[in-house]
Design a binder for this molecule. Structure first.
Ligand SMILES: Nc1ncnc2c1ncn2[C@@H]1O[C@H](COP(=O)(O)OP(=O)(O)OP(=O)(O)O)[C@@H](O)[C@H]1O
Ligand SMILES: [Mg+2]
Length: 313
C-alpha cells in the first residue's frame, strides 16, 4: 500500500548516505527513578499485586527485576509508565511525579521512557523500518504520522540504530518474516529512536533460545551503557540476570525481598524468593552451555580468522 511505503522510499531517494553512527549521548546524570510506597490493588477487594514497594534507580543503572510468576514484576514496571494506574504511592522520574500527571502531560513524559514490552510487539504487516519509525509517533504531527512521512534526520537515525542492533540488512523485510531474536532487536531500535532516559523491559528473552537470549541481553546492556540509560529489566532467567546486570531486585508477593549484587544472590536468597528448588542444576547447565559456546566460537575463529561473525558469542 502506498502510504506504508512512504518512509523507506524517502530513505532511498536521499542522495546522502546515512551519517556515520553518532557518538553516544552523554550520561544524563540527573535522572533518578524513585518509587515510594507503591501499592497496586487490582479492583476493590482484588489482588494486591504491589504491596508497598520503595525502589530507587540511579542514573545509568541497569537492574533486573526477578521473582516467581505473579510476584508483581510486570505490574511494577507498568505502574512506572502508568499503563497500570497505581493505587497508592509516588513514582518520580527526574523531578516529575508521574503519578500526578494529566493524560496529556503523561503522553509527553512517556517519551522519556523506552518500553520494550510484549504488548508493544511489532506490527507484522509493516516492514522493519516502518516498525522502528513508529517509535516516533509521539513526536511527529498527526498528519505526518498518518501519512507515515518522517523527517530525513529521523529516517537516518533509524537506519543507524538498525545498523547498531545488527539488523539493517532486513530493513525492508516485513516483521512477520523475522526470527524472535530479530524481532526483539527491532523492538529495541524502536524504543531507542525516541531517545529515552530509561528503558523498561518486560521479559526480553522469554521466547528465545539460550544463545539468542544472551545476545539480546548483551545488546541491551551495551546500548544502555552507550546511551547512558537506566533500565529495569524484568526477567525470569536468574542466571542471565546474574551474568549481565550489576543490581538485582527480587519481588515476592508484591514486596521487595532482595536488593543486591549478583554475588549476593545466593541459593538461600533464591529459595527465599522462589521457594524450594535445586539451584545447582541450572547453574551446572549454564556452565556447560558456556563451555560449549566457547568451544564452538574457537572452532569458528580457527576456521575463519577474519570473519567478524566468528567472534565469541
Ligand atoms: N489486569 C489485572 N487484573 C487483575 N489482576 C491482575 C491483573 N494483572 C495482574 N494481576 C494480578 O496481579 C498479580 C501480579 O501479576 P504480574 O503480572 O504483575 O506478575 P509477574 O510477576 O509479572 O508474573 P509473570 O512472571 O507470570 O509475568 C497476579 O496475582 C496477577 O494475577
Ligand atoms: Mg510479567
Amino acid at each position: 500500500m502506498k502510504r506504508r511505503c512512504e518512509a523507506p522510499r524517502e530513505r532511498r531517494i536521499n542522495p546522502h548516505p546515512p551519517r556515520p553512527a553518532a557518538p553516544p549521548t552523554p550520561r544524563k546524570a540527573a535522572l533518578i527513578l524513585e518509587i515510594q510506597g507503591l501499592v497496586k490493588q487490582y479492583g476493590r477487594g482484588g489482588d494486591v499485586a504491589i504491596d508497598g514497594v520503595d525502589l530507587h534507580v540511579p542514573a545509568g543503572q541497569v537492574m533486573a527485576l526477578i521473582g516467581p510468576s505473579g510476584a508483581g514484576k510486570s505490574t511494577l514496571i507498568r505502574c512506572v509508565n502508568r499503563l497500570v494506574e497505581p493505587t497508592k504511592g509516588t513514582i518520580t522520574l527526574g523531578d516529575v511525579d508521574l503519578t500526578r500527571l494529566s493524560r496529556r502531560q503523561l503522553r509527553v513524559a512517556r517519551r522519556r521512557i523506552g518500553m520494550i514490552f510484549q504488548e508493544f510487539a511489532l506490527v507484522d504487516r509493516l516492514t522493519v523500518m516502518e516498525n522502528v519509525l513508529s517509535g516516533q509517533l509521539g513526536y511527529v504531527g498527526f498528519w505526518q504520522s498518518y501519512l507515515r512521512r518522517f523527517p530525513p534526520a529521523t529516517v537516518n537515525r533509524a537506519v543507524e540504530l538498525l545498523e547498531r542492533v545488527g539488523i539493517v540488512e532486513q530493513i525492508d523485510k516485513r516483521a512477520d518474516q523475522l526470527s524472535g531474536g530479530q524481532r526483539q532487536r527491532v523492538g529495541i531500535a524502536r524504543a531507542l529512536l525516541q531517545d529515552p532516559e530509561i528503558l523498561l523491559v518486560d521479559e526480553p528473552t522469554a521466547s528465545l533460545d539460550p544463545k539468542t537470549s544472551r545476545q539480546v541481553m548483551r545488546l541491551l546492556i551495551e546500548l544502555a551503557d552507550e546511551h547512558g540509560l537506566a533500565a529495569i529489566i524484568n526477567i525470569h532467567d536468574v542466571l542471565l540476570a546474574q551474568q549481565f546486570v550489576e543490581r538485582i531486585v527480587g519481588l515476592r508477593a508484591g514486596k521487595v525481598v532482595f536488593d543486591g549484587t549478583p554475588d549476593e544472590l545466593t541459593e538461600r536468597v533464591l529459595t527465599e524468593i522462589y521457594g524450594e528448588e535445586d539451584w545447582s542444576a541450572p547453574r551446572k547447565q549454564q556452565e556447560e552451555d558456556d563451555a560449549e559456546e566457547a568451544r564452538a566460537a574457537e572452532a569458528r575463529r580457527v576456521a575463519a580468522p577474519n570473519d567478524p561473525l566468528a567472534e565469541t558469542p
